[in-house]
Ligand binder design. Structure first.
Ligand code: ATP
Ligand code: MG
Length: 230
């Protein structure tokens, strides 16, 4: 059943247009095996976010199909998709509320201890403890008391707690100091372990460690392979 999603993804001759004038993806065929990390790279407008949008079923293909474990995404229940596929966006979505509530988002049944455990695993616990009221600290919608790196770690804790089979991650481009960068790399490793990951990759470290790098150009796959092959 879909509750046992493995996370194998197949694009079969997928074509997609947002509107009539232009084709955003041309006949994309690709396979991502469960547990693999795939880095999507390419210039602005090449189709990276569009691929992510199709996997998260934000849109459906104009032609062709996207399959997960052999099932057409269009035949899957939306609640199953929501529990099994998490999207971590570049501008991490933070709402007004406590840190605890922000991490718990997407997994409402999680206990306080579950939340703290997830934060600990991704290394967010240290900075949270330093906040005035720890996990009960109120943050604003823009998350303005948090640095870009801290927001990333918070979003990783949230994604880890949600425990999806597939993670789509649009890496932040914001400049982050070296120490935080290393912390994020470590956190990413833990977050992605055992899951299928589609990374809209901006960091060289992510690209280097991906099982497969897919280079997009004008909605087509220009080349693919791992860092040594390309
Ligand atoms: P970036 O690096 O800038 O995020 P990208 O590789 O993610 O670029 P996409 O957002 O996938 O690129 O865009 C692919 C094509 O689809 C581009 O030609 C873009 O203009 C177009 N496009 C993207 N989103 C929409 C939309 N909502 N409506 C219409 N066209 C869109
Ligand atoms: Mg994009």
């Amino acid at each position: 059943s879909f509750t046992d999603m493995q996370g194998n993804i197949t694009f079969d001759q997928v074509q997609f247009s947002y509107d009539d004038d232009r084709i955003a993806l041309h006949e994309i065929s690709l396979k991502i095996k469960k547990g693999q990390t795939v880095a999507l790279v390419g210039h602005t407008g090449s189709g990276k976010s569009t691929i992510a949008n199709l996997i998260s079923r934000f849109y459906d293909p104009t032609e062709g199909a996207v399959y997960v474990d052999g099932y057409d995404l269009r035949d899957m229940r939306l609640d199953s998709l929501r529990t099994n596929i998490s999207v971590v966006l570049q501008d991490t979505f933070i709402f007004s509320g406590t840190i605890m509530e922000n991490i718990r988002f997407g997994r409402p049944d999680a206990t306080d201890d579950d939340v703290k455990e997830a934060a600990r695993v991704v290394g967010a616990d240290a900075f949270i403890q330093r906040l005035s009221s720890g996990y009960e600290t109120e943050v604003e919608e823009r998350g303005n008391i948090l640095s870009a790196g801290e927001r990333q770690l918070l979003s990783f804790a949230r994604a880890l707690l949600a425990d999806p089979r597939i993670i789509i991650l649009d890496e932040a481009t914001a400049s982050i100091d070296t120490e935080t960068e290393m912390q994020i790399q470590k956190a990413l490793k833990r977050l992605l372990s055992g899951r299928t990951a589609i990374m809209i990759a901006h960091r060289l470290s992510t690209i280097r460690e991906a099982d497969n790098i897919i280079v997009l150009e004008n909605g087509k796959i220009l080349e693919q392979g791992n860092h040594d092959e390309l």
